[in-house]
Design a binder for this molecule. Structure first.
Ligand code: MN
Ligand code: MN
Length: 472
């Protein structure tokens, strides 16, 4: 057998040798580097724990701060002078984070920015959410981000968020995560009575005003009370959190899938979980930031909010909080922030669509990321003729590909689906607006934005490796 192989080697035709020299295909990591499977699996233990600890941007900030403080990071003091290797962070309104390890080069020569977002599609409670109808208690919701509404019915949901009471006290809410806690749910029709609903278009399978979360079904026992099911729910909320109906107006309460991150497949090669867009890049970026000791360039790891609704709002990347942070860093060194930005390089770290063999029509197979071929470098996102895209330059692509190849990172290139099939955006255009070279890089996902998204562990692991290389 080996002899035959050797003979075949020497008997390669001119064309075969030329093919080897000139053609290129991204390898499958599982076939080329099977030893990475165990490393990726070990890495994803921490990743799954992060997903379970952070199901809202606030919870992700709290969990990140816990890890940062354990690693010796300090709140930044803009009046101080920092040395290479010093580690600081700045929190924006408990919903976004800027994290830095100071580099050996002055910031004048540019910084390395790695930006991921920690908000995920979900169902927000409306400002006045609680009502009852025919003896069932409900929360009215308003979906946040791009969801396929039909996917959110009959899925166990947990309630997360905060309430600011009249006296200013902040109450944290998390209910439905522990095994002994109740969960919540949106109902859907039984197939026996679904004939008419089946004729709806899929996008209307469940309509926005049908995403009503069931919160109770027994009344407060007093026939003088007009809405006794609602009252019982309020009584229980008051007992647990000390809040009343008026407090909903000072709250951010969110319904998210109650399930935990799990291994998927006989081979356990994938992670299935809610919120992997984009906590997969947030976690890999955070770990790379923490594990970077003395980088060449000063790092700025950004964990941003609001990406799923277009990055607007002062905790999203369409706010100036990153720019102001860079201005502070420049001030501390006595240089011009414009120079810092012009010399900087940014990874807009976000997920992309993985090729789904069940739905081949929306992909162009040569330009779509595949599971297990590594992190995906995305030159441009956008829709139609690249509208609203950052469209990284060839020079920026060369720089980032060079960093990955020098460090043995498995990476691939991909577009978000075939031309004119749809599209999407990331934070890239908001960072590049600051005159910073920016390109998208992240993990390919199956079922993006669904209550249970899938990622390959090898891809997650190589995304972390890419970020480590970027911060070297
Ligand atoms: Mn995303
Ligand atoms: Mn998204």
């Amino acid at each position: 057998m080996e002899d035959r192989q050797r003979k075949q080697e020497t008997e390669k035709t001119e064309g075969q040798r030329l093919e080897e020299q000139l053609c290129f295909k991204f390898p499958h990591i599982g076939a080329e580097a099977p030893e990475q499977r165990a490393e990726a699996d070990a890495f994803c233990q921490g990743y799954k724990a992060f997903l379970d600890a952070g199901k809202t941007e606030r919870e992700c900030v709290a969990e990140a701060l816990r890890q940062l403080e354990a690693a010796g990071y300090q709140p930044v003091d803009y009046s101080r002078q920092y040395q290479p290797g010093d580690k600081v962070y700045a929190v924006n309104r408990n919903k976004a984070l800027l994290i830095t390890t100071f580099g050996k080069k002055p910031v004048k020569e540019g910084v390395r920015i790695n930006g991921a977002h920690i908000d995920s599609p979900r169902l927000d409670l409306k400002p006045n959410p609680l009502y009852e109808k025919h003896d069932i208690g409900y929360f009215k919701t308003h979906y946040y981000g791009g969801i396929r509404k039909y996917q959110w019915g009959t899925v166990p949901l947990a309630m997360h968020g905060v309430v600011v009471k009249k006296n200013g006290e902040l109450v944290e809410v998390c209910l439905g995560e522990a095994e002994d806690e109740p969960v919540f749910c949106i109902s859907d029709l039984l197939p026996h009575l679904g004939a008419k609903q089946n004729e709806r278009k899929l996008g209307e399978g469940l309509r926005g005003e049908e995403l009503n979360v069931i919160v109770g079904s027994v009344p407060y026992a007093d026939d003088k009370v007009k809405e006794p099911v609602k009252l019982l729910a309020l009584q229980l909320l008051h007992e647990r959190y000390g809040i009343t109906e008026a407090d909903f107006f000072r709250a951010e309460l969110e319904m998210v899938p109650a399930h935990k991150a799990r291994d998927v497949g006989f081979d356990r090669s994938m992670v299935g979980a809610y919120g992997q867009d984009d906590r997969v890049c947030a976690y890999t970026a955070l770990r790379a930031e923490i594990e970077t000791a003395e980088p060449t360039y000063t790092t700025i790891t950004v964990l941003a909010d609001k990406e799923e609704i277009g990055s607007d709002g002062n905790t999203g990347m369409n706010s100036d909080f990153l720019k102001h942070y860079i201005e502070y860093l420049a001030q501390m060194e006595g240089c011009d922030p414009k120079e810092v930005m012009a010399n900087s390089l940014c990874l807009s770290s976000d997920v992309n669509a993985a090729y789904d063999p069940t739905f081949p029509d929306v992909f162009e197979v040569n330009n779509t990321a595949m599971l297990n071929k590594g992190c995906v470098l995305t030159k441009y996102t956008g829709a139609r003729g690249k509208s609203s895209s950052n469209d990284a330059s060839a020079e920026t692509m060369a720089k980032v590909i060079g960093i990955m190849e020098e460090n043995g990172v498995y990476w691939q290139a991909g577009e978000l689906g075939a031309v004119d099939q749809g599209g999407g955006g990331t934070i890239a255009k908001y960072v590049s607006r600051l005159n910073i070279d920016t390109v998208d890089l992240g993990v390919p996902l199956l079922s993006m934005h669904a209550p249970f998204e899938l990622a390959s562990k090898l891809d997650v692991y190589n995304t972390w490796k890419a970020f480590m290389a970027f911060y070297k």
